[in-house]
Ligand binder design. Structure first.
Ligand code: UDP
Length: 241
């Protein structure tokens, strides 16, 4: 394994949108393959990887329930969790097709589709060199997969939460709207909260802060950045105490 390896075990949070073509919904075979190749590269560096996949490319509960009067908000959140299951099994096939052994573990029981998340079994898969893809968030409505990433990082004793985004890290303002927005190299949890920076949802930040779990926000669109993040190379914005 790689002597540069900094993290022994990581949670990699991929948004559902990372599986779609830019500005589109659904799942793009090309995007899926590109990310799977990067995950494989990171895995081959010797790091244990648990991927948490979002579902926003298909459905977000809060948005969907807001857009119609029929589906209850809780129902819509369960629909969002099911969306993450679709993304997760697609990711599993993409990873296995390039020779990266993978198990999907869902926080909801869907026995014919994937395993259920059981903490000790998840750790066992990681120790045996399998990538695990954690589907259905935490299995409860009214939170997002960011919260799931933080929560699983704690219980699986991951060294860090790697939050993959389409921008280079955390900026002082929206870089797509404000050309003067500056990129932070590092931030404290306190600064994230006080400056109201959009990093992960508030519950996720609170969990990480409470338990000193660092977060790295980085750009996965730059090829090779997932392995760089795993190695602790200087990419993105690091959030810690
Ligand atoms: N969701 C949920 N509980 C969870 C994780 C997800 O209710 O533990 C629902 C929630 O409605 C969320 C949707 O699933 O909006 C899809 O996840 P998310 O928005 O986090 O996806 P991403 O933005 O990362 O693509």
């Amino acid at each position: 394994s790689d002597p540069n390896l900094r993290y022994r075990r990581v949670i990699l949070k991929l948004s559902g949108e990372s599986l779609a073509d830019a500005g589109q919904r659904g799942i793009s075979g090309e995007e899926l393959s590109a990310i799977a190749a990067q995950v494989k590269q990171a895995h081959e560096s010797g790091c244990q990887i648990a991927v948490v996949v979002g579902g926003g490319n298909i459905l977000r509960g809060a948005q969907f329930s807001g857009s119609n009067a029929v589906v209850q908000e809780a129902t819509a959140h369960y629909m969002g969790m099911l969306a993450t299951v679709m993304n997760s099994v697609a990711m599993q096939d993409a990873l296995e097709s390039i020779g990266c052994p993978t198990r999907v573990m869902a926080a909801l029981r869907i026995d014919r589709v994937c395993e259920s998340f059981i903490r000790r079994r998840a750790i066992r898969h990681l120790e045996k060199g399998r990538v695990i893809v954690l589907a259905a968030g935490i299995g409860s409505p009214f939170v997002t997969t960011d919260t799931a990433a933080a929560q699983r990082a704690l219980e699986l004793d991951a060294d860090i939460v790697l939050k993959a985004t389409r921008v280079d890290g955390v900026y002082s303002d929206d870089p797509e709207k404000n050309p003067h927005a500056v990129l932070y190299e590092s931030l404290s949890y306190k600064e994230v909260v006080e400056k109201n920076l959009r990093v992960m949802d508030a519950t996720a930040i609170a969990l990480c802060r409470e338990h000193d779990k660092p977060i790295l926000v980085f750009n996965f669109k730059t090829d090779g950045n997932i392995v760089r993040a795993v190695r602790g190379d200087n990419v993105g914005t690091r959030i810690s105490v």
